[in-house]
Design a protein around this ligand. Structure first.
Ligand code: MG
Length: 402
C-alpha cells in the first residue's frame, strides 16, 4: 500500500481550492518555526491542537446565554463552537475555500470567553477598566498564543497566522497596536481572509438560531411571540402547511433548521456575487478589498435585525435571564476584588502567573494575571471558588484544597 504524505494530499486539496483561498502551503506561518506535519496540512494541525487544549475542554462548562448548570439540553460554548464549525465548513466547501482553516477558527473562536457568557465578560471588563480592559477576542488570542502551556518549545499553541487572524474577529484600535501581525488589519483598515469572514458569519447564524431553540425550551419565548418575526413566520408557515398538526418539538426543529438553511444560502449567494465582481487572484486581493466580500443580502440583513432586536428584548433582557446574569456578574466582581486585595489567596500556579506578569508590567500585569485566571474558569468552577472564598462554612480543612 502506498501512503500519501502531506505534500501529495496538500496538492490534491490545493487543486480543489480557488486561487483566493488560504492555501496552507502558502501560509504566512507560525510565530515559532516548525517542521511541516507528515500526514496533515497546517490548518488540520491547528485544529488538532485546539481540540487537545485545556481551554477547549473547558468550553463544555461555560455558558452561552444560560448558566451551565441550568439544564443538560442548553447550548454551551462547546456545542456552540461545534455548530459554528459545522456551518462554516459547509459554506467553505461550497465556496471552495479552505475548510480545515474555517474549522480551526470556529473551534477556537470562543476560547477566551469568561464564565457566565456576556455577563461575565462585561463584569470582567468593568473590573479591568483602568487596568487595560478585557476583550474576549483578544483573550482568545492570549489563550492560543500564550496561556496554554503544554509544548516544550513555545508558550501557547503556536498556530498559523491565518487561524490567529480569524480568531481575532474584532478589537479596539488602541489594542490592535499591541497585537503585532494580526492587529495590523484593524490599523490599515484591510480585511481578513474569506475563511475568517465566513466563520464570523457562521457564528452569527449559529447563535441567532440556537438561542431561539434554547429560549423556547426554557419557556422564555413562545411560538406565538416568534410569529411576529418574518424569518421565523415564513418557515413556520411552510412547515405547518407540509406537516399539519406536527408536535411542537418537531415543529420547532423543522422551522429552525430551515431558518439556518435560508441564512446559509443567502450568505453563499450574496458572497459569491461579491466575489465574482471583485476579480480576485489571490488571498491578498481579498485582504486588500475595501469591503468584506462575505455578506448577507440587504433583505436578509433587515430580517436578521428584526430577529436580533426581538431576541434582545424578549430573551437576553428577560428578567429571569437578567437575574441570573446579575448574580453571575456579582460573582466575577467579587472574585476579582478578593484576589486584588490579597494575592495570597490565589492558587499557586495563578499566583506565580501574576508575579511573572507583575515583573514585566507592574500593577497592570498583576491585574492581567488575575483576569487570565478568572477568564479561564468554567461557570461551575467560578461558583465553587466563590463559595470557597466567601462562605465561612467552608472553613474546614478539606476545602483548603481546590
Ligand atoms: Mg461564538
Amino acid at each position: 500500500m502506498t501512503t500519501k504524505k502531506n505534500s501529495d494530499m496538500g496538492n490534491s486539496y490545493k487543486s480543489h481550492l480557488v486561487a483566493y483561498a488560504c492555501d496552507d502551503t502558502g501560509s504566512i506561518g507560525r510565530r515559532h518555526e516548525e517542521t511541516h506535519p507528515t500526514y496533515r496540512n497546517e490548518y488540520q494541525r491547528d485544529r488538532d491542537r485546539i481540540i487537545h487544549s485545556a481551554a477547549f475542554r473547558r468550553l463544555e462548562y461555560k455558558t452561552q446565554v444560560f448558566v451551565n448548570h441550568e439544564g443538560d439540553l442548553f447550548r454551551t460554548r462547546l456545542t456552540h463552537s461545534l455548530e459554528v464549525a459545522q456551518i462554516a465548513r459547509s459554506v467553505a466547501r461550497e465556496l471552495r475555500v479552505h475548510e480545515d482553516l474555517t474549522e480551526a477558527i470556529a473551534l477556537a473562536h470562543d476560547l477566551g470567553h469568561t464564565p457566565f457568557g456576556h455577563a461575565g465578560q462585561t463584569a470582567l471588563n468593568n473590573c479591568m477598566k483602568e487596568l487595560g480592559g478585557f476583550e474576549h477576542n483578544i483573550q482568545s488570542l492570549r489563550v492560543i498564543d500564550k496561556l496554554e502551556q503544554k509544548y516544550a518549545d513555545f508558550d501557547g499553541l503556536n498556530l498559523t497566522f491565518e487561524t490567529r487572524e480569524g480568531v481575532l474577529k474584532h478589537c479596539a484600535i488602541h489594542n490592535a497596536k499591541n497585537l503585532g501581525d494580526v492587529g495590523q488589519r484593524f490599523l490599515n483598515k484591510t480585511q481578513a481572509s474569506l475563511e475568517a469572514q465566513l466563520t464570523d458569519y457562521s457564528d452569527e447564524i449559529a447563535y441567532n438560531n440556537h438561542d431561539i431553540d434554547d429560549g423556547i425550551r426554557y419557556g422564555l419565548i413562545s411560538i406565538d411571540d416568534l410569529l411576529k418575526i418574518e424569518l421565523f413566520r415564513v418557515q413556520y408557515d411552510i412547515v405547518n402547511k407540509k406537516y399539519p398538526g406536527l408536535d411542537d418539538k418537531k415543529l420547532i426543529h423543522e422551522v429552525i433548521r430551515r431558518m439556518i438553511n435560508v441564512m446559509v444560502v443567502d450568505l453563499i449567494d450574496t458572497s459569491r456575487e461579491n466575489i465574482s465582481n471583485a476579480d480576485l487572484k489571490s488571498v491578498d486581493d481579498v485582504r486588500n478589498c475595501d469591503i468584506k466580500l462575505m455578506a448577507f443580502s440587504n433583505e436578509m440583513n433587515e430580517k436578521k435585525l428584526e430577529l436580533k432586536q426581538f431576541l434582545r428584548k424578549n430573551l437576553y433582557q428577560h428578567y429571569r435571564v437578567h437575574r441570573m446574569t446579575k448574580k453571575a456578574a456579582d460573582v466575577i466582581e467579587a472574585l476579582f476584588n478578593a484576589f486584588m486585595d490579597d494575592l495570597k489567596i490565589l492558587p499557586t500556579e495563578a499566583l506565580q502567573h501574576c508575579h511573572t506578569l507583575k515583573d514585566k508590567h507592574g500593577d497592570k500585569g498583576t491585574a492581567r494575571g488575575i483576569s487570565d485566571y478568572i477568564a479561564g474558569m468554567t461557570d461551575r468552577y467560578a461558583i465553587v471558588e466563590y463559595e470557597r472564598i466567601f462562605n465561612p462554612r467552608q472553613l474546614s480543612f478539606v476545602n483548603l484544597h481546590p
